[in-house]
Design a protein around this ligand. Structure first.
Ligand code: ZN
Length: 135
């Protein structure tokens, strides 16, 4: 499979690597949204977090935990986003965590700005959703 993140993990593409563990790799995004925009990926190809082993998940998120502390020092606040599947806006079908250093004047706005602010959800719909998630 021709996956750019697999190629980065295999060292086939020169990348600005921040740190590397047994199962994960953290590097600077080649097309940063803000200065210090970082990506953290599992080395093995998985489209969704649910497909990763527990060991890989622990490794990925402990790498996030250690790297986000450093990224946070750049501007004082870091947005974390995980693209988990195509429907979630994932352009490359390989799990990746974005760490985007934010500042009050970066014009990005809160994450709500990405979505329709006129969305109406009835109480019955909310309860239905809640039940599905609790099952
Ligand atoms: Zn991949």
């Amino acid at each position: 499979m021709d996956c750019i993140f697999c190629r980065i993990a295999n060292g086939e593409i020169p990348t600005k690597i921040i740190t590397e563990t047994n199962h994960s790799i953290a590097f600077l995004d080649a097309f940063p949204l803000t200065k210090g925009h970082t990506l953290i990926i599992p080395k093995k190809h998985h489209e969704k977090i649910q497909n990763m082993s527990s060991e890989e998940n622990i490794d990925l998120f402990s790498t996030v935990h250690s790297v986000i502390s450093k990224v946070d020092k750049l501007t004082g606040a870091t947005l974390m986003a995980v693209h988990n599947g195509k429907e979630a806006g994932q352009e490359i079908p390989h799990v990746h965590v974005h760490l985007v250093p934010r500042s009050p004047n970066d014009t990005g706005g809160p994450i709500h700005c990405l979505f329709d602010s006129t969305l109406n959800v009835s109480d019955s719909e909310i309860n239905e959703i809640l039940q599905k998630l609790q099952d």
